[in-house]
Design a protein around this ligand. Structure first.
Ligand SMILES: Nc1ncnc2c1ncn2[C@@H]1O[C@H](COP(=O)(O)OP(=O)(O)OP(=O)(O)O)[C@@H](O)[C@H]1O
Length: 621
């Protein structure tokens, strides 16, 4: 391998690494090699699992199995291209042998014709290798994206609720991006290079078996040298890239906050910060430079050993009469050709090492078992009941401490209580988002955790503060709840939530594009769209968690009134943040410190003079 190539490997690594800003590890002193970068150190809190090396490997094997045909085709086309490329050395070897034997007619015309034909075949097939390699890479990447997306939308709601969407989002965006290049190029290129190298070695062994010994001479130098480099390089390049990102961030922040820096005389501190970051970055730069100063000589020495070995050993073998001069010529040319696949292997192996971190994060999501439930478990009735339910988000810390609550069909229950008491948590358990740690939550006698999530959603819906408006038309957004609904039903649903006024005023009515890039809807309108979806989905039980909290009090009251007749006859568990919601309910459950401390109607609780009466008095003024 030439220095240029080694440099290009290094540039590739730095470039890819630069796209992956990470926290810069601190180098203690400028000029001293920084501590080894520890990728296992938690850099960002991740709650979703990360795949183990074994699962990552088996996933890659599975991907290759799925694309067996494209893969085999790629290898076959590549084999033809490589075999064609070997024609030149073989033909030249034959000519040299002819010369050495003193042949008068070397058939040069035929040699040139064969050489040209081999060159044409090589060119055509190399072009096909590129094409097939790209197709394989793109297909595998598409599969990976699809697998990940399918598994993401199948994640049990409780897992996402706990993990938050940040980690999942960064996997969908950053990790998939990072993997793009590796999948598109590294996997096919590596496969191509390995086949290439094996075929060249086989050809060398076949042409002049003793010459293959010369290649073995390089192994004691190349193998330990590369192992040493690849153990350290990816970490160091990542750290170097993070250091670079940190320098850029410090400078950009200083420029952005120029006035504040001036006003508070922070100039010296900002300069010191930038200098520290530059020192850390350059320390990592020195380290990667040092790694390369070890790798380059190893690579150059290996190249020299192969060629030198082939020529010196070959010379001896020729003198001994073990091989001919033509065989030596072919062998030397094949040995020279070996350099390119070895370069490719080193380059893409480096790339793959970095990419496998992202792959592990994506494959990790596949390890979460989807909540399949048992489709044989079906509710017999509509009563929702929580019995001695205990639940906590973290081991050993319960948020609900034995809650029992019956919600008969058609009743409207309001959960009230101080902030952090556990109202939303209880609401999520009643909607089947979480399963209780102890006790049970049943619908019509069937445990929610035993039922498939889809089945639970048909009966019980949770409406919370997140009201996502999807990119698409208003109609598309509503049809998500009931794909077969007619326009009249959509308008009726909008009317039921008081949204028909503004929806009619939209230029294209139901066809109006909403969501990111379309007409901007206000938070209150987004909430109304979500509620209209609910009307269309028509579950018999609703858990409303702050369903109307984003509306101003007058609009909220208005919406609640119009919702009231839509909700009529359904079971409603409303987490009430405004006490008038509780006032309208049939039963009020006061939740305090993870327990239900009072249960009864508004009038009964007010006259009981307990915690609810106190809340009511303070709210009512
Ligand atoms: N996803 C979560 N992960 C960890 N802890 C949580 C989570 N959600 C809620 N908690 C904790 O559980 C306890 C109960 O929270 P919950 O949201 O159920 O109370 P709440 O009565 O609905 O409060 P609020 O009226 O403020 O919404 C709180 O201590 C809260 O910090």
């Amino acid at each position: 391998m030439t220095l240029d190539t080694a440099e290009s490997i290094r540039e590739e690594s730095v470039e890819t690494a630069r796209e992956r800003p990470r926290k810069a590890p601190r180098a203690k002193e400028f000029g001293v090699p920084p501590p080894a970068y520890d990728p296992s150190a938690p850099e960002d809190v991740t709650i979703l699992p990360v795949g183990s090396p074994t699962t990552v490997r088996s996933y890659v094997r599975e991907l290759l199995r799925r694309h067996r045909r494209t893969f085999i085709l790629l290898i076959a086309v590549n084999t033809v291209a490589v075999v064609a490329s070997m024609a030149g050395p073989q033909l030249l070897g034959g000519v040299v042998d002819g010369l050495a034997d003193g042949e008068r007619d070397l058939h040069l015309g035929r040699v040139v014709a064969l050489f040209t034909a081999a060159l044409v075949i090589q060119t055509v097939f190399t072009q096909q290798v590129r094409l097939r390699g790209s197709v394989l890479g793109e297909e595998m990447l598409a599969d990976l994206r699809e697998d990940f997306l399918v598994r993401s939308v199948q994640l049990p709601p409780g897992v996402l609720e706990r993990a938050g969407t940040g980690d999942l989002l960064s996997r969908i965006t950053t990790d998939i991006d990072r993997l793009g290049d590796a999948m598109r190029r590294a996997v096919p290129q590596l496969a191509i290079a390995v086949v290439w190298m094996v075929l060249l070695l086989a050809a060398l062994g076949f042409t002049a078996p003793p010459l293959a010994l010369a290649v073995l001479l390089t192994l004691p130098v190349l193998v330990p040298g590369c192992r040493w480099y690849f153990r350290r390089a990816p970490r160091s390049y990542r750290a170097e890239a993070a250091g670079y990102a940190a320098v850029a961030a410090a400078l950009a922040e200083t420029v952005d906050s120029g006035r504040t820096v001036e006003a508070h005389r922070l100039g010296a501190r900002r300069i010191a910060l930038s200098e520290r970051r530059i020192a850390e970055w350059t320390a990592w730069e020195r380290r990667t430079l040092w790694l390369r100063t070890v790798l380059f000589p190893v690579i150059n020495l290996s190249n020299m050993l192969v060629l030198g070995g082939v020529l010196i050993l070959g010379g001896i073998f020729v003198l001994q009469g073990w091989i001919s001069v033509g065989q030596l010529t072919t062998g030397a040319l094949l040995a020279q050709m070996l350099i390119e696949p070895v370069e490719l292997i080193l380059r893409w192996y480096d790339e793959l090492q970095v990419a496998q971190v992202s792959l592990a994060r994506l494959v990790g999501v596949r390890e979460i078992e989807p909540d399949n439930g048992d489709s044989a478990v079906t509710p017999d009735g509509q009563e929702v009941r929580a019995t001695d339910v205990r639940f906590g988000y973290h081991d050993g810390v319960d948020v609900l401490h034995g809650v029992t609550l019956e919600v008969p069909p058609g009743t409207r229950v309001a959960l009230v209580g101080p902030s952090g008491a556990g109202k939303s948590t209880l609401g999520r358990l009643l909607a089947g988002v979480y399963g209780p740690r102890r006790g049970e939550v049943t619908l019509g006698g069937a445990e929610l955790t035993d039922m498939p999530a889809e089945e639970v959603r048909r009966h019980v819906a949770l409406v919370n503060q997140e009201h996502h408006v999807f990119v698409g038309s208003l109609r598309d957004n509503l049809l998500l709840a009931r794909p077969e609904a007619a326009d009249a039903e959509l308008w009726a649903a909008l009317g039921a939530v008081d949204a028909d006024g503004w929806a009619t005023a939209l230029d294209d009515g139901l066809d109006c594009e909403v969501g990111s890039g379309g007409v901007t809807v206000t938070p209150a309108q987004a909430q109304q769209i979500a509620l209209a979806r609910l009307v269309l989905a028509d579950p018999h039980t609703l858990v409303l968690d702050e369903a109307t909290s984003l509306l101003d009090p007058r609009a909220a009251r208005h919406l609640e009134r119009s919702l009231a007749h839509v909700l009529d006859g359904r079971t409603v568990v409303a987490i009430a943040h405004r006490l008038h919601t509780a006032h309208d309910a049939d039963v009020i459950a006061v939740v305090e410190d993870g327990r239900i401390s009072e249960l009864g109607s508004h009038d009964a609780l007010v006259s009981a003079g307990g915690p609810y009466a106190a809340l009511w008095r303070s709210w009512h003024g």
